[in-house]
Design a protein around this ligand. Structure first.
Ligand code: ACO
Length: 363
């Protein structure tokens, strides 16, 4: 039997995360998202995901990650103007490719540091500013904000930390699968992460939150929402931030991120009017999708509130996918190590539907 898109195909056993699409539940190594998001820092979730996958684990993952940020910062000196002019996700991927491949925890830490340090540095270089060197004594989230030149008080650092934890791992999504396929060839962690970044950048996966903000800008006023959304569906396009391959109910990560946005709104650090517009658009979109796609349950996914949260923190929309990578990279690495430990090459079959021998048309 063949399934285009591999829906419902189980292609790996994992101890890392479980996505229950019917109950709307996400579990990472036996801990539910509700117990992690807002309660545990990113370094702790990274250590949870990495546990048992490396021969040599550092005494303190947080200190080792801080040191790795300082190490990879050196690569920013190779960001020439042509590279800086690329889309941030492409430039960040190119700099990540400078890291020597390997399977050690030291390589893993450099790879976790890479999207954070390179994205922050690239954002500065694009503005003609010098990159800000990492501060190894800070938590990862606080240092990301500081390096990017964004407000980095505990309120913002906590919100970004919650985001990074929320997206750290999520079953066999497209980028994680890409990471596992490469790891199964024994190519090494850098190769696995580069494949994963490439898969993440597409708008059907991690490239959606920028377009979510474009949608808010285009709609402008709550009373314009319905007509605008209907027109998108009339064109046969999709509403960004809605729908999911696995969830048939609301994505639990959407609520985790909505909660993280709350304190920023209360404190006046996030634009309340924009948040109110977003909520009105979300309600109109869900209603429109229910009417227009009655055969499918299409609910809000993680990208909708990602857009609002990262915007409130001051990230530019063309860097949202890079910020996603800053969180998901821990999951990619843990899955790559888990896949490599099976020793089994991933190599499915395809069914040939081309012309029989002798019937091929000359071109
Ligand atoms: N807007 C409009 N219609 C949609 C949407 C959407 N957001 N999502 C699915 N549909 C429709 C499809 O057009 C299709 O309809 P049809 O049968 O009439 O052709 C049907 O619903 C297919 O539904 P699914 O099988 O549930 O969707 P699929 O698994 O193919 O796609 C995906 C999942 C890619 C996430 C899709 O919902 C989508 O494109 N969403 C918008 C982009 C987005 O938000 N991506 C981020 C996803 S979360 C993440 O990866 C981190």
């Amino acid at each position: 039997m063949m399934t285009i898109g591999l829906d419902d195909v189980i292609a790996a056993e994992t101890v890392l995360s479980d996505v229950d699409g019917l109950q709307g539940r996400l579990v990472m190594r036996g801990r539910s998202l509700d117990d992690l998001a807002g309660h545990v820092g990113y370094e702790a979730v990274m250590a949870l995901l990495f546990d048992g996958f490396f021969e040599h684990a550092p005494a303190s993952w947080q200190a080792a990650l801080g040191a790795a940020r300082q190490e990879v910062f050196e690569h920013l000196s190779f960001a020439d103007p042509a590279l800086v002019a690329q889309e941030p996700i492409d430039a960040m991927r190119a700099l990540t490719a400078r890291i020597a491949d390997g399977d050690e925890s030291a390589t893993a830490l450099r790879l976790v540091a890479a999207p954070a340090v390179f994205t922050a540095g690239l954002v500065r270089l694009r503005k003609g500013l010098r990159p800000i060197p990492p501060d190894a004594s800070l938590g990862h989230a606080a240092d990301i904000l500081r390096m990017a030149g964004l407000p980095a008080e505990p309120l913002q650092a906590r919100a970004l930390d919650t985001y990074l934890v929320t997206v750290a791992d999520h079953g066999l999504n497209a980028s994680t699968f890409a990471s596992r396929v490469v790891a199964s060839t024994r190519a090494g962690l850098v190769s696995s992460v580069l494949a994963a970044i490439s898969a993440l950048k597409g708008p059907l996966h991690g490239g959606a939150p920028g377009p979510v903000l474009d949608m808010l800008d285009a709609i402008e006023r709550a009373d314009h929402a319905r007509a605008w959304l209907e027109a998108v569906l009339d064109r046969g396009d999709r509403l960004m931030g809605f729908g999911h391959r696995v969830y048939r109910v609301r994505d639990p990560r959407a609520d985790a991120l909505k909660s993280a946005l709350g304190p920023l709104l209360q404190d006046g650090r996030a634009d309340r009017e924009r948040a109110a517009l977003a909520q009105a658009i979300e309600a109109a979109a869900l209603d429109t999708l229910r009417r227009r796609k009655p055969g499918r349950t299409l609910e809000t996914n993680v990208e909708f509130y990602t857009a609002l949260l990262l915007d409130a923190l001051g990230f530019q929309r063309d860097t949202f996918t890079c910020v996603f990578a800053m969180g998901r990279v821990a999951g990619w690495i843990a899955h790559a190590r888990e896949q490599a430990s099976t020793g089994r090459l991933i190599r499915p079959q395809s069914r040939y539907v081309g012309p029989p021998v002798g019937e091929a048309q000359e071109r």
